[in-house]
Write a protein that binds this ligand. Structure first.
Ligand code: TNX
Length: 500
């Protein structure tokens, strides 16, 4: 019997027995958090409201001992048992169970299966850009729910860019006061208060996700200059910036004026001014105190307005500031070539699946420096790329449009040559939001492609499982349509997928 689980489990064996029948009389039992999570999923999918109680037929338990985040699920005619090696593993087992439930002639069933499952990578991320367009706490919580349902465990928030600063910091109050009101296209901005941020962190933690806050530096800092003009250089108006301004009809960036265009690479912090490093220390110091997860992201991408030597100097110091706070720095891959980068800084690779322009050299430099890599190949899992047929939303610069198939058919170990599996910390799918304003638009761009990224992050390597093929993936994703609909996910009904 067909079992549609996404991301594909490490092992899944239909036993051939009769399925488990789920009804309003089914009793759930075991770990209270897991029972609550399953009850909500079952209610969404089926409308049934099974009770918790003694002698449960569906048992959800933690039994220590296995690999972190792993679980076992067995379903037969009499019972369903999900055993997590830890609370996260049990949570993931519940997500799998939610996907297995489906209608049959005899009502709702769970097919008879044995599943053993554990993640391939420890870091499985979704990035959300709240700087180009601000997204509310509710939207972010919804995005967390969606990502957690695909067994992702990191929400990376891109909290600052040329167009706006989105996080309240008591050490630097002018940032949200003066630099958070605007967004791309003249749209309204916004920011998270410290309470908002705490609520996001807690919502994520309850779903076994950490938050990685990114403050992008030393480029992408035009908004910083609205609040603290003494910290930024004059915009560098290259031909490239002028072209983009022409194409999108936008204004050229000017210091002291909010920037609402889509050009990148014109702004820079002042590298040779100690006030800059006081700022960096204030910002990351306060964020470190607000962020229970181990990582702080310093950006470092597309600093085209910063001379190369200055860029290296800056990322070295910024990464040291983060390391001194007891946190692990993450930087986009450009920073890899900088001498003096803090040991073990994590690199986030955003080049193509087949690297161009030496981007893989920069990625390898992190590994030589004792760090690992997060893979975010732009031509595969940039969720802001247009679909081949679908809404007008999105960009195309990364070899777009990007089909679901292209989002799926790449192998993490095949991107950067000369590194080992253990050098890959994980996989993350970025959602940049120059063109994306609403929660529904996020859904459309993310689903189903976020599921492809989740499979790259969680499931065995290509060739390591019969399920790790495009043919299998498209069938399994197609079978999730009804669950996603019931969960309110406004997925793009891509014609590559046989939706059922
Ligand atoms: C590149 S790739 C960016 C972002 C843009 C994105 C749009 C990278 C690290 N930076 O600044 O928003 O392209 O797709």
């Amino acid at each position: 019997m067909f079992a549609a689980v996404v991301p594909a489990p490490a092992s899944l064996a239909p036993t051939g027995g009769s399925p488990f029948r789920l009804s309003a009389a089914t009793v759930f039992g075991g770990d209270p958090d897991a029972v609550a999570a399953l009850t909500a999923l079952v209610a969404a999918r089926t409308g049934l409201q099974p009770a918790a109680g003694a002698a449960p037929a569906v048992r959800l338990v933690v039994e220590r001992g296995g690999a972190p985040e792993s679980y076992r699920l067995t379903a037969d005619e009499a019972s369903v048992v999900v055993t997590g090696a830890d609370a996260a593993g049990l949570f993931y087992g519940v997500q799998t169970l939610g996907q297995l439930i489906r209608p049959s002639d005899e009502g709702w069933i769970v097919p008879a299966v044995e599943i053993e499952d554990a993640p391939r990578f420890r870091y499985r991320g979704a990035m959300l850009d709240v700087a180009r367009h601000f997204h509310s706490v509710d939207t972010v919580k919804g995005y967390i729910d969606r990502a957690a349902g695909l067994k992702l465990n990191v929400l990376h928030l891109h909290l600052s860019d040329d167009q706006g600063w989105r996080i309240e910091l008591h050490s630097r109050p002018e940032l949200t006061r003066r630099a958070s009101g605007t967004a791309v296209g003249g749209d309204e901005g916004g920011h998270f208060t410290k309470d908002d941020y705490r609520a996001i962190v807690e919502h994520a933690a309850a779903r076994h996700m950490i938050v990685v806050p990114e403050i992008d530096m030393p480029g992408h800092t035009h908004a910083v200059g609205l609040a603290y003009p003494e910290l930024v250089e004059e915009p560098v108006l290259s031909d490239h910036i002028r072209e983009i301004a022409n194409e999108y009809g936008g204004e050229l960036p000017r210091n002291g004026m909010p920037y609402d265009g889509m050009a990148v690479g014109f702004s820079s912090l002042r590298i040779h001014d100690e006030a800059t490093y006081d700022f960096v220390a204030d910002v990351f110091g306060e964020l470190a105190g607000m962020t229970p997860g181990p990582y702080l992201h310093l950006g470092g991408d597309e600093a085209l307005g910063t001379p190369d030597e200055d860029f290296a100097l800056f990322v070295a110091r910024a990464s040291e500031i983060i390391a001194d706070l007891g946190k692990i720095p993450i930087a986009w891959h450009e920073a890899g070539s900088a001498a003096g980068l803090a040991d073990s800084t994590i690199g986030q690779y955003w080049g193509f699946v087949r690297p161009t322009e030496g981007m893989d050299d920069k990625a390898r430099a992190f590994v030589r420096n004792g760090g690992q890599l997060i893979l975010s190949p732009a031509d595969a899992i940039y969720l802001d790329m247009k679909y081949p047929s679908g809404p007008e939303l999105g960009l195309v610069w990364a070899n777009g449009p990007t089909s679901v198939r292209r989002a799926y058919e790449w192998e993490p170990s095949g991107v950067v040559d000369g590194i080992d599996e253990s050098d890959i910390l994980g996989v993350e799918a970025p959602m940049w939001t120059e063109t994306i304003r609403t929660a529904d638009e996020l859904d459309t761009m993310a689903f189903p492609r976020l599921a492809a990224a989740a499979e790259a992050a969680w499931s065995p390597a290509t060739g390591g499982s019969a399920l790790r093929t495009w043919e299998s993936f498209r069938e399994r994703v197609g079978a999730l349509g009804p669950l996603w609909t019931r969960l309110g996910i406004r997925f793009h009904p891509a014609d590559e997928i046989p939706w059922t």
